[in-house]
Design a binder for this molecule. Structure first.
Ligand code: T4K
Length: 435
């Protein structure tokens, strides 16, 4: 295995795969079957894009200024600058920085005065549902659309009851959900829509930036997001009154000194986090370009593989390409998603089965549904939970690593019977894999 550091202004890549590219030509060389792992150090989904070179120097300078100023949080100048940049890039009048998107969703829900039930997609990160549950709301799960992986608008109406107070839809993988259809239903039933836009910073829908839809949208700048502030997020809105309320709620309900007018929380972003976020924004075009190239490399590497579907991206729209998502159709691929994941993990390719097993199958929702004898069928969520795998991208990987990953997937599918035999330890597997 070769380990060689290479860096540009943002790329933080460890080229560890060259030998593997040259040598992994036969199934028996797969690490699962006794070969050497391709990536000794591990390739992760969600490896942070950290500032390098000039961007790092500017980040360090900002940190020094923060320390010298002795103003560390509570809407300091760096947070204000970060908010202005978010507002500018999303084209909204109001962006309120928060400590993470989970709190952001809670604050947005409180600001919109949600009560009772809220319709959410079942196939999303658990934070979408938990954020609402945490403030006493009941998430009601809607199935998602096969093509977009986001909430299927056709499933919404049948879930609306007199207790429904809102729709919270996710733009999963940074691909916009069915905004028009969802908002049409919401208007008819006079429900606010909040978007969980945790994945969708820098993305557009019909030429309009995500951030400007619904009552409010909530971004995440967690370490694993393509723009990160360590922990962090932002709520964006076009609504002046709602923005003023959100600002109060983020800061304990204060309106000026000594005057509390609302039950608020502490969801403020710190100056250090904002400095990291600004460093990310300075690199945004470069990071998106790297992600886009990585996506194209996967497209080429995985082309023609039966049963492997790389989720397409609409090239006419702005996309951040921060998630590379494949669906494995086990019958055609010869391996199930989980079997392929086992092959990849053995190689140090830490592909993730986001968002298995679906929110409705996690606690407390699983037990609640069983207790209510609520046997709602969510066929698309169930299928995606068994078939989706996200692959490493970002500034830590490049064409060399992606060629190796693709070749390993190719070899694994070619040698499916041996892989299954190894994983299950039964001769029977060979027969069933061949059928
Ligand atoms: N809504 C949606 C749709 C979301 O996806 C999320 C978060 C939220 C809301 C809530 O946003 P925040 O409240 O977090 O702002 C990760 C993230 O923690 C989470 O933010 C993210 N979505 C979710 C999709 O992924 P895990 O449990 O997969 O994280 P973890 O610790 O396994 O990290 C993923 C990989 O990243 C690791 O294998 C290694 C790498 N990593 C991670 C960190 C934190 C690093 O290399 N360095 C790091 O510092 O949830």
């Amino acid at each position: 295995m070769i380990t060689k550091e290479r860096s540009s202004s943002v790329a933080v890549r460890t080229i560890q795969a060259l030998e593997a590219t040259e040598t992994k030509k036969h199934v028996s060389q797969l690490a699962l079957l006794g070969g050497k792992p391709a990536f000794a150090e591990g390739l992760h989904v969600g490896r942070p894009n950290v500032p390098r070179g000039a961007a790092r120097a500017r980040f360090m300078k900002r940190m020094t200024e923060i320390l010298d100023r002795q103003w560390l949080t509570n809407h300091g100048p760096v947070v204000k600058e970060f908010e202005q940049e978010i507002a500018r890039l999303t084209g909204v009048p109001h962006a309120i920085a928060v400590c993470n998107a989970t709190q952001g969703l809670q604050v947005a829900a409180k600001a919109c005065e949600l009560t009772g039930e809220v319709i959410v997609p079942a196939f999303t990160f658990i934070a979408t549902a938990h954020a609402l549950n945490w403030i006493g709301l009941q998430p009601v799960f809607a199935d998602v659309d096969s093509a977009t992986h986001s909430m299927d608008p056709r499933q919404i109406e049948k879930l609306i009851t007199p207790r429904t107070s809102a729709i919270v839809a996710t733009h999963l993988w940074g691909r916009p959900c069915a905004v028009e259809q969802i908002e049409k239903i919401a208007r008819w039933y006079e429900l606010p829509v909040i978007y969980d836009a945790a994945h969708a910073f820098g993305c557009s829908h019909r030429g309009q930036m995500i951030g400007s839809f619904g009552s409010a949208e909530v971004f995440s700048f967690h370490a694993t997001k393509f723009i990160n502030s360590g922990e962090g997020g932002a709520i964006t809105t076009n609504d002046d009154e709602l923005a003023a309320r959100i600002r109060r709620l983020v800061n304990f309900g204060f309106e000026g000194f000594d005057r509390v007018v609302d039950v608020g929380t502490n969801a403020k972003m710190s100056e250090a986090a904002a400095a990291m976020g600004l460093a990310g924004l300075e690199m945004i075009d470069e990071v998106i370009e790297i992600n886009h190239k990585n996506y194209a490399a996967y497209q080429a590497g995985l082309a023609g593989l039966p049963g492997v579907r790389l989720l397409p991206n609409d090239e006419r729209e702005a996309r951040n390409h921060q998630y590379v998502v494949i669906e494995i159709e086990a019958d055609r691929a010869g391996l199930s998603r989980d079997q392929l994941r086992d092959v990849l993990w053995a190689e140090g390719i830490m592909a993730r089965r986001y968002f298995y097993p679906g929110c409705h199958r996690m606690e407390p929702y699983l037990t609640e549904r069983a207790e209510r004898h609520f046997h709602q069928v969510l066929p698309v969520t169930e299928r995606l939970a068994e078939s989706v795998l996200t692959l490493p991208t970002g500034t830590s990987v490049g064409a060399d690593e992606i060629a190796v990953i693709s070749q390993i997937i190719r070899l694994a599918l070619k040698g499916a019977p041996e892989v299954i035999l190894k994983l299950t330890g039964t001769e029977h597997a060979l027969a069933s894999a061949g059928s």
